[in-house]
Design a protein around this ligand. Sequence first.
Ligand SMILES: Cc1cc2nc3c(=O)[nH]c(=O)nc-3n(C[C@H](O)[C@H](O)[C@H](O)COP(=O)(O)O)c2cc1C
Length: 170
Amino acid sequence: MSVLDVIKTRRSIRKYQSKPVEEEKLLQVLEAGRLAPAANNAQEWKFIAVRDPELIKKLVPACGGQSFVGEAPVVLVICADGEEKIMYCGQPARAIDCSIALSFMILEAAELGLGTCWLGYFSNDKVKRVLNIPADKNVVAVTPLGYANESPAPRPRKSVDEVVAYDGWK
Ligand SMILES: Cc1cc2nc3c(=O)[nH]c(=O)nc-3n(C[C@H](O)[C@H](O)[C@H](O)COP(=O)(O)O)c2cc1C
């Protein structure tokens, strides 16, 4: 599939099969994150692949009780490895870097036939406690990873005219 085809067919998945994710596929997803661009190529991130069913169970309340997190055989926890750095443009480098890495990972997962669902609704402190993440690190995003047990229709998107402008804000 072309990158655009993967982008077009990816969906947020909120129902998972218990079927395990093959080691090779997990490694390919993690590799997509490892190769993502980062500000100053700092790569100040850590991608925690949670496979222990007991830990995954504990992540459900840490993710606001989103029960589908507990269905997935793998949960990826994307952490900024160190303090946030605000770039000259005013934007947070580590959060952006981690977001790009996870974007690459969810697309690679989709290419491999695996479902994900980017989660922003989680408690940074609770996820850190479950996974023994040091106090000076931050969890930027979480996603379950596994085979989908649903085929959601595409969610609506704004039109090109609404989101694109040429030669200035219009
Ligand atoms: C930053 C961010 C946070 C999100 N947080 C959640 C979440 O906590 N729970 C959830 O079910 N979906 C979450 N989503 C998924 C969005 O609801 C979903 O991407 C959006 O509705 C579009 O649907 P699609 O991904 O299937 O195209 C999040 C997505 C993003 C990008």
